[in-house]
Design a protein around this ligand. Sequence first.
Ligand code: ATP
Length: 201
Amino acid sequence: MLTIGVTGGIGSGKSTVTKFLDELGAPIIDADKVGHGIYAPDGPAYGDVIAAFGPGILASDGTIDRKKLGPIVFADANALKWLNSIVHPKMFARMREMIEQLRAGGERNPIVVEAAILIEANWQALFDEIWLVMASKERVVERIARDRGLKPEQTEARIRAQLPDAERKKHSSIVISNNGTIDELREKIAHLWRAALVRNS
Ligand code: ATP
């Protein structure tokens, strides 16, 4: 039974693809949400992150305050690497557990994990297939300006800071080009899902 990772750059259309897969019946795991959970006081990264960055990152209620941790790691590439080296393996383990729980509960459909940083975090081993969503810089800039109000130069700076799509492609089994309309994307995903069901059976 297949486990599919959906990845891609900022504004490429990952969430839209995942939403369509959800509508088609795929169980979905959102890596961002998993990330939030592991920082929680009962989560697996809580103690290690405080040990690494000190109690100064805590809010008064004892939770890790992302607004305090963020500036530390974004100002220092080594600190970010360190944080990632703590958090990414724990996210991997948690996602594997969630996949196993779904299977143990009788889930037979392909399971889909949406993970923007799938390749950067080295999570490839979790997946049978990696689906890469790609859109041209022009389309991304235009969509992000329209839907999130970011200026073109802000979006372009974010694109430059990310892993290039050429690199993502090396790890991907399926490349989904999202330069057309939403309806075209929906159609592509319906087709890809049908084919995935065949591989899954
Ligand atoms: P991020 O990683 O930045 O959260 P994402 O890869 O999940 O982004 P989406 O949120 O799915 O991308 O898409 C970015 C924006 O572009 C959304 O507002 C979405 O509605 C819109 N969008 C996605 N695909 C298309 C399309 N084919 N045509 C028009 N708009 C689109």
